[in-house]
Design a protein around this ligand. Structure first.
Ligand code: PRP
Ligand code: URA
Length: 208
């Protein structure tokens, strides 16, 4: 499976706090942002570097800097917005593309309602962010949209993934790596991840 589960103790600790039944909206938001920051650190581990010379305090010094790789972060509305600031803390000059998808709670199919991509997608790494990868329909639809618009280099950062969703994404887009805090057990009959977090969008936006 093209999934990297980040076992770092801070990631696992924050995920444990997110899973608590009575977590407040405020705490859920803060933890989502913190977790996104840690997962983005892992997802950007292989950004290409280049060696350059700069003027240092004691004269010229050879340093390593991220090679002019352009990046776009792609939050899937709504819940992906909860991860956005955490990721931007690490890559503050990244451009933002937005995809609006709502999962139909009966068919479990994603229904697109918005898309706005930045230019030059063919030259950019796209980092899709969404807390939940359940059936995988939303992530596959987002990757399809990005590829249709020329994007060739795509990673997805999710907090919790279900095996069913990872398989769907892997089968449709084996080139896309998924970085997650957890690969959970399964989906229940309503398409919710077990043990999961419940409805991440509702918890972030306080709509429960
Ligand atoms: C949730 C979640 C994902 C999607 C995952 O969003 O944030 O986008 O469901 O499900 P899937 O893998 O089965 O497609 P939802 O559609 O509930 O919208 P929201 O973010 O507006 O709450
Ligand atoms: N969307 C969520 O927010 N949670 C799930 O468990 C599945 C889809």
């Amino acid at each position: 499976m093209q999934i990297t589960v980040v076992k770092h103790p801070l990631v696992q600790h924050k995920l444990a706090l997110l899973r608590a039944e009575n977590v407040s909206t405020n705490k859920f938001r803060l933890l989502t942002e913190e977790l996104a920051r840690l997962l983005a650190y892992e997802a950007t581990r292989d950004l290409p570097l280049e060696t350059t010379m700069i003027a240092g305090w004691c004269g010229p010094v050879e340093v390593q800097q991220v090679k002019g790789k352009k990046l776009t972060v792609v939050p899937i509305l709504r819940a992906g917005i909860g991860m956005l600031n955490g990721v931007l803390d690490l890559v503050p000059s990244a451009k933002i593309s937005v995809v609006g998808l709502a999962r139909n709670e009966e068919t479990l199919q994603p229904e697109p309602y918005f898309e706005k991509f930045v230019g030059n997608l063919e030259d950019r790494l796209a980092l899709i962010i969404d807390p939940m990868l359940a059936t995988g329909g939303s992530l596959v639809a987002t990757i399809d949209m990005l590829k249709r618009n020329g994007c060739k280099d795509i990673k997805a950062i999710v907090m919790v993934a279900a095996p069913e969703g990872v398989k769907l994404v892997n089968d449709a887009h084996p080139d896309v790596e998924i970085v997650a805090a957890s690969l959970d057990s399964h989906l229940n009959e309503l398409g919710y991840i077990i043990p999961g977090l419940g409805d991440a969008g509702d918890k972030i936006f306080g709509t429960t």
